[in-house]
Ligand binder design. Structure first.
Ligand code: AMP
Length: 283
C-alpha cells in the first residue's frame, strides 16, 4: 500500500494508475477505521482496479462546539487496517495540506436537503462535507466513490453535488454495517459508557418498529411520536431528532410516495449517535 501525505505524492501515484489504465474507486473517511469503512473498501475492490482511501478529519464540517479536537484518531492502526483490507493508496493529508491558507476563498453552500435532520442541528456541516468532497473528487478523479448509508443525508447531498457540478463519478451507496445487537458501527461508539452501550441498540430497534408501522400504513406523526417516546423510555439519551421524510429529497412524505427514510439522532453524555432506515414500500 502506498501512503501519500501530500497532494504531490498523491498525484504521482495516481498518474501511475492512470498510465496503467486502472479504474479508481475512492473511499473518503475520517479514520478510526472499523468494519463499516472496510465494507466500503470491499465494495470498491469488487468494482474497481485500484482503491484509494483518504483519512482526513475535516475541520470545515465541525461546528465551533463540536468534537473536532477530540474526534478519535489512531493513524498507526488505521494504516494497518487499510493495508490488511487491500487499499492500494492511502491519502493522509494534514489540515495545512488541504487548506493551505487557513480558509478557502470559495466554499460550497448546500441549498437543499440540509434544512432537516443533521443539516438542521449542525448548521454548516454539509457545506463543509461538500467542500472537502469536491476537493477530493478533483484531486483523485475516481470513476466510482463509495459512501455509507449510515450517513444517508450525506449520500443525498453527494448525489446532488455530483449531479449539479457534473462530476463524472458514480456514487455507490453502501448499506450500514452493524454490531451483532444492531448498533450501527461508528467511530464515535467508543465514547459510550458501558450503560449507554447497552442502551444504544434501541435506536435500531425503534427504526425497525418504524418500518413495520410505515408498511402497515400508520400515520407519520403518530409513528414519529411513538418512536421518540420509545427511545426516550429505553435510553438515557436525548433525542435530537426523529424524523420521517421522502428519500433522497428529504421532504415531507406525501401519501404512498416512496422511498421514505426514518432518521434518528440521539445525544448521549459524550457521543451523539445517528442511524436511519430507508423503506421502499410496496406500490
Ligand atoms: P466517517 O469516517 O465517519 O466520515 O465515515 C466514512 C465513510 O464510511 C462514510 O461514507 C460513512 O457513511 C461510512 N460509514 C461509517 N460507518 C458506517 C457503517 N456502520 N456502515 C457503512 N458505512 C459506514
Amino acid at each position: 500500500m502506498i501512503i501519500a501525505r501530500t497532494i504531490q505524492e498523491l498525484q504521482a501515484s495516481l498518474q501511475e494508475f492512470e498510465k496503467e489504465g486502472k479504474d479508481i474507486g475512492f473511499v473518503p473517511t475520517m479514520g478510526f477505521l472499523h468494519e463499516g469503512h472496510m465494507e466500503l473498501v470491499k465494495e470498491s475492490k469488487i468494482k474497481t482496479d485500484k482503491t484509494v482511501m483518504s483519512i482526513f478529519v475535516n475541520p470545515l464540517q465541525f461546528g465551533p462546539n463540536e468534537d473536532f479536537d477530540r474526534y478519535p484518531r489512531d493513524e498507526e492502526k488505521d494504516i494497518q487496517l487499510a493495508r490488511n483490507e487491500g487499499v492500494d493508496l492511502l491519502f493522509l493529508p494534514t489540515v495545512e495540506e488541504m487548506y493551505p491558507n487557513g480558509n478557502l476563498t470559495i466554499n460550497m453552500v448546500v441549498t437543499k436537503r440540509t434544512d432537516v435532520l443533521c443539516g438542521k442541528s449542525r448548521p454548516g456541516h454539509f457545506d463543509g462535507v461538500a467542500t472537502v468532497v469536491a476537493k477530493l473528487f478533483q484531486l483523485i478523479r475516481p470513476q466510482l466513490a463509495f459512501f455509507g448509508l449510515k450517513d444517508a443525508q450525506q449520500v443525498a447531498v453527494i448525489h446532488a453535488l455530483v449531479e449539479d457540478y457534473h462530476f463524472p463519478i458514480e456514487i455507490v451507496p453502501v448499506p450500514t454495517v452493524r454490531e451483532h445487537d444492531g448498533l450501527a458501527k461508528s467511530s464515535r461508539n467508543v465514547y459510550l459508557s458501558d450503560q449507554e452501550r447497552l442502551e444504544a441498540p434501541y435506536l435500531y430497534k425503534a427504526l425497525q418498529k418504524g418500518r413495520e408501522a410505515i408498511l402497515k400504513g400508520d400515520s407519520i406523526s403518530g409513528i414519529r411520536d411513538y418512536l421518540t417516546a420509545y427511545i426516550e423510555n429505553h435510553t438515557s439519551g436525548e433525542v435530537d431528532y426523529l424524523e420521517i421524510y421522502s428519500y433522497p429529497d428529504l421532504e415531507m412524505v406525501i401519501e404512498d410516495q416512496q422511498p421514505v427514510i426514518i432518521a434518528v439522532a440521539v445525544k448521549f453524555s459524550q457521543a451523539r449517535l445517528i442511524d436511519n432506515i430507508i423503506i421502499t414500500q410496496k406500490s
